[in-house]
Write a protein that binds this ligand. Structure first.
Ligand SMILES: [Zn+2]
Length: 155
């Protein structure tokens, strides 16, 4: 896998272990070119999900985008990274097991809010306040960029 820091094409796996109650494999990787270290997760993908936006536009579901928005909402909150990963996997599994390939962006937003509410009220409020103002909830990238200023570190 390519190094995210120096874009070297080749990195080494230094450690590989089951994660998230055996639904994922966590690998620690090392880039021999720049010495950068990063982590990858390998997971089963049950279904290729398509996100249907309010505008009717469709795009492939992107777990990284989902993770980014949740990460921002949880910034500086006392939540273990492992817990966050579990939550994200839970959301994805829920989406995958709905029996539909097409999932509305609205439903995804609601499930994320519900999940955040269960683990951290502040993160929930951050996410919800942006989400609810963002009626269209259409462009997830724009949504994420609106979320970001709220999540800026205080001070
Ligand atoms: Zn590198």
């Amino acid at each position: 896998m390519r190094c995210p820091f120096c874009l070297n094409q080749d990195t080494q796996v230094k450690d590989s272990r089951p994660a998230e109650e055996n639904v994922a494999i966590r690998r620690r990787r090392l880039c021999p070119a720049c010495g950068g270290r990063f982590t990858t997760y390998e997971r089963v993908q049950l279904r290729d999900l398509v996100v249907v936006k309010t505008s009717g536009r469709r795009e492939d579901f992107d777990r990284d985008k989902l993770e980014r928005s949740i990460r921002i909402a949880l910034q500086k909150r006392p939540i273990e990274p492992e817990r966050m990963e579990q939550m994200i996997s839970g959301i994805v599994r829920r989406l995958e097991s709905m029996g539909e390939t097409d999932i509305s962006s609205k439903l995804i937003g609601e499930i994320v809010m519900e999940s955040l509410a269960r683990i951290d009220t502040v993160a929930y409020v951050r996410f919800a306040s942006v989400y609810k103002n963002f009626q269209a909830a259409d462009d997830f990238d724009r949504f994420v960029s609106e979320l970001r200023p709220l999540a800026k570190p205080e001070g």
